[in-house]
Design a binder for this molecule. Structure first.
Ligand SMILES: Nc1ncnc2c1ncn2[C@@H]1O[C@H](COP(=O)(O)OP(=O)(O)OP(=O)(O)O)[C@@H](O)[C@H]1O
Ligand SMILES: CC(C)(CO)[C@@H](O)C(=O)[O-]
Ligand code: BAL
Length: 290
């Protein structure tokens, strides 16, 4: 695995490869490091689909608010390198903030409507930071495919829109959420949790399961589905709910109808102590059977 920190060198390496092997493809897996099985599932998907895989590790200051956890975000670079070597990754792109944002750099990418919803509403400016750094990564690597996790469903909606609006020539591939045996969604921030918090954090996935179960049993009334979500989330005394919404998976706009549409994203976020976690599931109902 070749480790590259300069954006120019990374671009040159990918360009050289693309010139030499016209028919072959490059997959990009953007991450902030502190890697776990969720990240590795994206790496494996890229290795399966593309000839070369580039993983980026960059804790992007632009997507953190002034009171958020940028300074204490887990950084486990040596261990991450070993994991990526074992997975057969070709390039690790790990720039410093100064290399990624050269002095005077001021252009940002904003997806204002979609990017202002869910995490975008709770973390103002967050998705501007995400869209800007991902657009830069796309320009540096120029991948054929880019791999993202379903766990960050709002991020996926924002990036899909960015790809469409800005005509990026790549396939955005979304991989399912990898969970621990307890069903807690894997997340780098789970490292912040103590034992009791880890138990309480399961309330998020439990609330999604409760909603999926009532819908499987035939419930279609949105007020009842919302109440099921609210009630399950209230079971934890440690969890402070940030949002628990039923939204359109593409626009992230709140579902307004009284009955469940064909496809609905159920997205939840909350703080367990000082740790903010997110999770989601998609409800799909077959209109033909309604
Ligand atoms: N459990 C998971 N299953 C599948 N993909 C995941 C999972 N967790 C993260 N990813 C994906 O990995 C990519 C990099 O995410 P990131 O480095 O922020 O990890 P994270 O675990 O989501 O960290 P955080 O705790 O900051 O939310 C994103 O596309 C994200 O959706
Ligand atoms: C996509 C991403 C790597 C951009 O910094 C980040 O938001 C993440 O890890 O999900
Ligand atoms: N995967 C989400 C990145 C963040 O919380 O900043």
């Amino acid at each position: 695995m070749q480790i590259v920190s300069s954006p120019l060198e990374m671009r040159a390496a990918c360009k050289a490869y693309q010139r030499a092997k016209e028919q072959e493809t490059i997959g990009l897996v953007p991450t902030m490091g502190a890697l776990h099985e969720g990240h590795l599932s994206l790496v494996r998907a890229s290795r399966q689909r593309c000839d070369r895989t580039v993983v980026s590790i960059f804790v992007n200051p632009l997507q953190f608010g002034p009171t958020e956890d940028l300074a204490r975000y887990p950084r486990t670079f040596e261990q991450d390198c070993r994991m990526l070597e074992e997975e057969g990754v070709d390039f690790l792109f790990a720039p410093s903030p100064e290399e990624m944002y050269s002095p005077g750099s001021e252009t940002i990418v904003d997806v204002p409507v979609t990017g202002g919803r869910l995490d975008g509403a709770s973390r103002p400016g967050h998705f501007r930071g995400v869209a800007t750094v991902v657009a830069k990564l796309f320009n540096i690597v120029q991948p054929d495919c880019a791999f993202f996790g379903e766990k960050d469903a709002a991020q996926v909606a924002v990036l899909r829109k960015m790809v469409r609006d800005l005509n990026f020539d790549l396939n955005l591939i979304v991989c399912p959420t990898v969970r621990e045996a307890s069903e807690l969604a894997m997340s780098s921030r789970n490292r912040y949790l103590n034992e009791q918090e880890r138990v309480e954090a399961k309330t998020l996935s439990r609330s999604l399961r409760a909603v999926a179960d009532v819908v499987r049993q035939g419930e279609r009334r949105l007020p009842v589905i919302r109440e099921t979500l609210r009630e399950t989330l209230a079971h934890s005394s440690l969890l402070k709910v940030d949002y628990a919404d039923l939204v359109d998976p593409e626009t992230l706009a709140a579902v307004e109808e009284d009955k469940l549409p064909a496809e609905t994203l159920v997205a939840v976020a909350g703080w367990i102590g000082t740790t903010r976690l997110i999770d989601n599931c998609t409800l799909r109902i077959d209109g033909a059977n309604e």
